[in-house]
Design a protein around this ligand. Structure first.
Ligand code: ZN
Length: 293
């Protein structure tokens, strides 16, 4: 972890309490106005509010547990780019999103967790963020910041693109999250969201049966808000984005998912899009900041 990125990018950061400029002093980040001190732990700046909701802590515990299982199973100590390309989410990103990202742009990945999929964007300046310092440590990437999507420590209009892999449905307040994403995006910027689940309320119990991860997560008290397609679209419209949604129906990465989710994905491949959209599945979101707003 090379902490020189903090010095280089301090001009982009702001105090999450009073929105003022920050400065680097004695291995801490300090607010020039209110004097709030943000620690830098093993090269990772921590710009978090004083307390984190209990549900979010339970969620972090669950993700940490999953990461430890993955590391043990593959006999590795850190997540690498080679490793992440074994997972459906990363392949979805590579095939369906990477072609949209121009070279040499500034990218923010929110809720990057330990996978940090946008590490495969090589010729860009990528900032990785997560609520969990531990998950960022496992992610093993440079340029990472421990922070909360609801109160991002970045100034307005600094990123060309914000990326989130199955993040939005984990937010306690999706409207607040989207408003922060919009704020940090440049006027020509866009949000790329992959693998967001959608489901018809009528089939939600069935959906949870097919997605064992979802069930485990809910049982452990983690946040799993499964919205309908209409609700998801409305959230983006309310936050002043032009939204375009595509279903994840690529057989390659879906065959890599676990049983019985695999069965579900095979099934939806043979159904027309309009039907899948009304039943439920995973969607990819391409949302452009609406400049007219
Ligand atoms: Zn301050």
């Amino acid at each position: 972890m090379n902490p020189s990125f903090i010095k280089k990018n301090i001009f982009m950061l702001k105090c999450i309490k009073c929105n003022s400029d920050l400065e680097l002093k004695n291995n801490s980040i300090i607010c020039k106005t209110c004097g709030e001190v943000y620690k830098i732990k093993q090269g990772i700046p921590i710009l978090l509010p004083r307390s984190i909701p209990r549900e979010k802590n339970r969620e972090i515990e669950l993700f940490l547990r999953i990461i430890k299982i993955i590391l043990k199973k593959n006999n590795i100590s850190k997540i690498t780019e080679k490793e992440i390309l074994k997972y459906p989410t990363s392949l979805n990103f590579k095939h369906n999103f990477l072609p949209f990202i121009k070279k040499k742009t500034k990218i923010l990945e929110i809720g990057c967790g330990a996978l940090a999929v946008s590490r495969i964007c090589h010729d860009n300046e990528t900032f990785f963020t997560d609520l969990s310092w531990d998950l960022l440590k496992y992610a093993n990437v440079d340029n990472c910041f421990c922070c909360d999507i609801n109160n991002l420590p970045f100034k307005d209009e600094v990123f060309d693109c914000v990326i989130g892999s199955a993040v939005l449905h984990h937010l306690i307040d999706i409207n607040q999250g989207l408003s922060e994403i919009r704020r940090v995006l440049k006027n020509s910027g866009f949000y790329l969201g992959m693998n967001e689940p959608i489901a018809n309320p009528a089939i939600l119990p069935f959906y949870k049966f097919f997605n064992p991860y979802c069930k485990i997560a809910i049982d452990r008290g983690s946040i799993e808000n499964i919205y309908t397609l209409q609700e998801m679209t409305q959230f983006f419209k309310k936050a002043e984005f032009d939204i375009n949604i595509k279903l994840c129906k690529n057989p390659l990465y879906q065959l890599l998912s676990v049983f019985p989710m695999r069965l579900f994905h095979i099934l939806i491949r043979f159904l027309p899009d309009f039907l899948v959209k009304s039943i439920g599945g995973n969607i990819n979101i391409y949302a452009k900041k609406d400049k007219s707003a």
